[in-house]
Design a protein around this ligand. Structure first.
Ligand SMILES: Nc1ncnc2c1ncn2[C@@H]1O[C@H](COP(=O)(O)OP(=O)(O)OP(=O)(O)O)[C@@H](O)[C@H]1O
Ligand SMILES: [Mg+2]
Length: 260
């Protein structure tokens, strides 16, 4: 296995003719954890959706390669099979599909026909990962995210991460709505994945998560692009001082995108 490599170059993304992502470049390699921070409405989730291939987000310029292949040419399921994973800010509820069935289907889709995971092995792994995340067994047989509390949905996204073992994961506000204990558990789940063959992009508003998941790089998004990058100390400064100093430094008045 080779280390994964996601390379985003001069990316521009529009939604219904409004440009949201404007000239964004970012590179993530195996073994690296990148955090993306930034005020509300600056394009963070749009970036995540565009990378995953959401049909409403149109890439108008730029390129994205994943392990040297053109990601933008791939269908959504191909992206997942290549090892890209997205934990969404607002996970959908799917009635009639149990959590366990959903995960087994996703794993098998990735492994391909004739190479399906053995049921017993799957159950054993699911058991083990649910224990690690301190999840009650009943969650495997509940319908996907249906009636899950906010924190339970987030924990379940991490369960999917651990079960699917992607090469690059994009985690959009995986810490929102978590109590302190759940935050530590979710961080434990992500840290469990840490190895040279795994990279992550963690979108968060709070430096607190980054106390538990140490990022290699921290990026700040404003106006649909990365306006500043640094190490973990950048997140600490943002926590203490907010975003005004960056806006002043760069002469930005309105940090949001879209409505202009
Ligand atoms: N499907 C859509 N239709 C219309 N506008 C959209 C759509 N998706 C995103 N936008 C707009 O793009 C801008 C950026 O949204 P995005 O969700 O990427 O922000 P964000 O940085 O993730 O914010 P937050 O921190 O609040 O989650 C917003 O003005 C939003 O309204
Ligand atoms: Mg968002």
């Amino acid at each position: 296995m080779t280390a994964p490599h996601l390379k985003i170059d001069n990316l521009h993304v529009s939604i219904e003719d409004t440009e949201i992502i404007k000239d964004l470049s970012l590179e993530i390699k195996g073994g690296e954890i990148h955090a993306v921070m930034g005020p509300n409405g600056t394009g963070k989730s749009t970036l995540a959706s565009a990378l995953m291939g959401h049909p409403r987000y149109e890439v108008t310029q730029g390129s994205v390669t994943f392990n040297g292949k053109d990601l933008l040419e791939m269908e959504v399921d191909e992206r997942a099979r290549e090892g890209l994973f997205l934990a969404m800010q607002y996970p959908s509820e799917v009635s009639g599909v149990t959590n366990a069935d959903f995960m087994r289907t996703a794993i098998n889709a990735k492994r391909g026909e004739g190479n399906e995971v053995q049921l017993m092995k799957f159950i054993r792994q699911l058991d083990e990962k649910m224990k690690l995340l301190d999840m009650d067994e009943s969650f495997s047989q509940r319908y996907l995210n249906e009636g899950f509390s906010g924190g339970e949905k987030k924990r379940n996204e991490i369960l999917q991460l651990l079960m699917l073992e992607p090469k690059i994961a994009i985690l959009d506000e995986i810490d929102s709505g978590l109590d302190i204990d759940a935050l530590k558990i979710v961080a434990k789940g992500v840290n469990e994945m840490r190895n040279p063959e795994f990279g992550a992009l963690i979108i968060t508003h709070y430096q607190r998560l980054l106390n538990y998941i140490k990022p290699d790089k921290v990026h700040v998004m404003m106006q649909g692009r990365i306006v500043k990058s640094g190490g973990p100390e950048l997140a600490e400064r943002l926590e203490a001082e907010g975003y005004d100093w960056i806006k002043a430094e760069l002469g930005i008045e309105d940090e949001t995108v879209g409505q202009k």
